[in-house]
Design a protein around this ligand. Structure first.
Ligand code: DAH
Length: 369
């Protein structure tokens, strides 16, 4: 056998092997592997044979080249045929890209603000327009701010340990807190001496989670001279059993206005403006006589809404004892205060019937607001 004959025989064998390999490929990956094996530009078997051409006699080369090209075309068309056959069977994914850029995309879900926080923002907005600025106070309180200064004496049932979350704080924690509050009074305002004196007197007093935001009335008045026009929104805590209308944690909006010659008429107009802004123009306000230790007279405020009277919270004229407790003179200044339940306002507006929903963190509920 001449060298040329051997060369041609090798090429024919390669063509047979390649065709068989392409035909037996059952996936696009297998077919691609076979293509690289036979037709690969660097390590392919055809390339290896082609390299052997250099060893042929110069006169044999044209014939060898012609055969090489023939076989190359043959293997190529065997590959194309195998690819077409596979394409028909698999109709796609392995051959076409699995990514279809013409499909509509999946919109990523955005989180949003909790309905109670949303309500708080709206309330701040409305009261801000009426000239009330926002004040804050701590959630861990002493008995002075939660009771004593609010004219709730030691024997009052509201102070029962079973009605409150008292905190078992060690003496050092209590002392630390007392310094904190005393420090805050040192910014040179009119009442700081008075405030420091009462803060010192409270050293070592028991602490509790505040049961009402009325505490902030005291904190603001202790540190500021009248006139005062504030609201305070925040969490309060009571050991109530959770049901559709009670939860051991809830939110209140406290309001306080102190100035010269403030009357019930001012209280009523502020609450009416608030109610019409929050619930709608057709809301009416009704006062029912009530009792709170820190107001005299005291009322329950009801809003007429969707054909019924709904109780939203308490209000009244600040009791002279409260004004005295913060060093104000009840003969020269007077004020009104109110405390409304934030959950209740939010539930009415959105027709939510169970307060527990706010704290279950079920996204199917929260997503609706
Ligand atoms: N602090 C009262 C409560 O939690 C609500 C309240 C009533 C607040 C009358 C007030 C007020 O400021 O004047 O039940």
């Amino acid at each position: 056998m001449t060298a040329l004959e051997a060369f041609i025989e090798k090429l024919d064998a390669l063509a047979r092997d390649a065709t068989a390999a392409f035909e037996s490929a059952t996936t696009a990956e297998e077919l691609e592997q076979a293509r690289v094996e036979f037709l690969g530009a660097r390590q392919g078997r055809l390339k290896a044979i082609q390299k052997g051409m250099g060893r042929l006699d110069r006169s044999e080369r044209p014939a060898a080249g012609k055969k090489l090209n023939e076989v190359k075309r043959q293997i190529d068309s065997a590959f194309q045929a195998a690819r077409a056959a596979l394409g028909k069977e698999q109709a796609g994914p392995a051959v076409r890209s699995p990514f279809d850029p013409t499909l509509p995309g999946d919109r990523p879900r955005l989180g949003h603000v909790h309905p109670i926080t949303q309500t708080i923002e709206v309330l701040k907005e409305i009261m801000g327009r009426l000239g009330f600025s926002v004040a804050e106070g701590p959630e861990i309180e002493d008995e002075w701010h939660n009771f004593e200064a609010l004219n709730i004496p030691a024997a009052h049932p509201a102070r029962d340990p079973l009605e409150n979350f008292y905190i078992d704080a060690g003496p050092s924690q209590r002392a630390e807190r007392c310094h904190e509050t005393a420090d805050r009074s040192q910014d040179g305002d009119l009442l700081s001496d008075f405030y420091r004196a009462t803060a010192e007197a409270r050293a070592g007093a028991p602490l509790l989670l505040r049961s009402q935001t009325s505490t902030v009335q005291i904190r603001v008045m202790e540190q500021t001279a009248p006139p005062i026009r504030i609201i305070s929104l925040g969490r309060v805590y009571r050991p109530d059993t959770a049901d559709a209308t009670h939860y051991p944690l809830f939110h209140q909006m406290e309001g306080l206005l102190v100035d010269r010659q403030v009357t019930m008429a001012d209280l009523k107009s502020v609450l009416r403006m608030f109610a019409t802004s929050y619930l709608g123009e057709d809301v009416h306000v009704r006062f029912r006589p009530s009792f709170f230790p820190f107001t005299e007279p005291s009322v329950e405020a009801d809003f007429w809404w969707n054909d019924e009277w709904v109780e939203f919270g308490g209000a009244g004229m600040v009791d002279p004892n409260v004004l005295r407790a913060v060093g104000y003179d009840p003969e020269t200044v007077s004020g009104f205060a109110f405390g409304l339940g934030v959950e209740r306002l939010c539930m009415r507006r959105h027709q939510i019937t169970d307060i527990r929903e706010f704290y279950r963190n079920d996204v199917r509920f929260l997503r609706q607001f």
